[in-house]
Design a protein around this ligand. Structure first.
Ligand SMILES: *Cc1c(COP(=O)(O)O)cnc(C)c1O
Length: 396
């Protein structure tokens, strides 16, 4: 008999549509996937070499649970250089991916009855990580007109004496939008006034366009830094999703609890991947610049094409590698006797009829949108846009 926790947990919905697309591909259908959540670039050669060297040097045993000191130092240097944030080794934890850091945070600070504010559209794992730790997600909607930034008024209205934390994600998956410094200052002020923690997922920090700059909310002052756990990693910035290295920085007591939790679950992150991560952080960064230039071309093309399709309206995202068009203008139209009434209906229709995989917005808590990833070749994006246009035009 499963525990209540075992029954409550749901599989990641982005993986479900991916499974269906893969099944169609396996049976010979030419499916173009705009569903993926990882860079389509290979991990840079210098990073791979560092891993090969680690293997040859026999760096293949258990390490310190929270990551080796040279990696913690590289992370500390990154925070200092990129975010003007100064940390010590006791304030850093290296985990098996940023998702694992986020899970350790959930275990360390959420408890029965605690409420955690999650702005929607949200990354799919946030609410479930809150739920499996017996706390309650409080979903607060954000709007296109506000650039998908949490409104201070709505935030304040949703805070009770049970509220423990706010989860922020900028640049955002799925919207591709970025919080301004001013918006973060307002949120920080409210969080401090109500004594709330901020969990700040900054994994897309390096993927920014149109001169947009990234601000870490922890960098806004000494007080807010003491209430913030910053999460980051190498999966997106260095095309290292499979290596499983992410990290968290925050107050000593919290990092210590997270490290203890990690010591009872995974132990240290992979020793070889830790050596690769040092090279990723300290080696040349031109790979990331090249990737951002390439993503930018695709972003420009995809967004402008989407806006020429009837019923679709797409704001231009400033970060990450997703377009998040408003598709509610399509709802109510139908084809072959089937009416498209929701983002899932649209995603199923596009997959079955156009052989294009996208992720329905309801997976992220907003049914008015779908998410298209442009972490795929320009050629695929071109073909996909043609197919989407034709499929939408078939709807009456
Ligand atoms: C990809 C992603 C992560 C997880 O990254 P890993 O380091 O691979 O675990 C975390 N947050 C968001 C918003 C992401 O898109």
């Amino acid at each position: 008999m499963l525990s209540e926790r075992g029954r409550k947990i749901k599989p990641s919905p982005t993986l479900a549509i991916d499974a269906k697309a893969k099944a169609m591909k396996a049976s010979g259908t030419d499916v173009i996937s705009l569903g993926v959540g990882e860079p389509d670039f290979d991990t840079p050669a210098n990073i791979k070499e560092a891993a090969i060297k680690a293997i040859k040097d026999g760096f293949t045993k258990y390490t310190a649970v929270g990551g080796i000191d040279p990696l913690k130092d590289a992370v500390i240097e990154k925070f200092s250089k990129d975010n003007s944030l100064e940390y010590t080794r006791e304030e850093i934890l290296v985990s098996c991916g940023a998702k694992h850091s986020l899970y350790n945070i959930a275990q360390a600070i959420y408890g029965p009855g605690d409420k955690v504010i999650i702005p929607s559209p949200y990354w799919v794992s946030y609410p479930d990580q809150v739920v499996v730790n017996d706390a309650v997600p409080v979903i607060v909607k954000t709007y296109e007109k506000d650039g998908f930034m949490l409104s201070p008024g709505l935030l304040e209205a949703n805070i009770t004496n049970k509220t423990k934390a706010i989860i922020l994600n900028s640049p955002s998956n799925p919207t591709g939008f970025t919080y301004t410094r001013k918006a973060l200052e307002q949120i920080a002020e409210i969080a401090l006034r109500h004594n709330l923690y901020i969990v700040s997922d900054e994994i897309y920090e390096k993927l920014l366009y149109d001169g947009t700059s990234h601000t870490s909310i922890a960098s806004l002052g000494r007080e807010i830094k003491e209430k913030t756990i910053v999460v980051n990693g190498l999966s997106k910035s260095h095309a290292m999703t499979g290596w499983r290295i992410g990290y968290a920085a925050g107050p000593k007591e919290i990092i210590k609890a997270m490290t203890n939790i990690q010591s009872q679950s995974t132990s240290n992150p992979n020793s070889i991947a830790q050596m690769a991560a040092i090279e990723a952080l300290k080696g040349p960064q031109d790979f990331t610049d090249m990737m951002v230039r390439e993503f930018n071309k695709r972003r420009e093309f995809l967004v402008s094409e989407l806006n020429t399709i009837s019923g679709i309206a797409c704001l231009k995202p400033t970060g990450a590698f997703y377009a998040f068009p408003n598709t509610s203008g399509i709802y109510g139209r139908s084809a072959n006797g089937k009416t498209i009434a929701s983002s899932s209906d649209l995603a199923v229709y596009l997959l079955e009829d156009a052989h294009v995989a996208v992720v329905p917005g309801n997976a992220f808590g907003d049914d008015g949108f779908v998410r298209l990833s442009y972490a795929t070749s320009m050629e695929n994006i071109r073909r996909a846009v043609i197919r989407i246009r034709e499929a939408v035009n078939r709807l009456k």
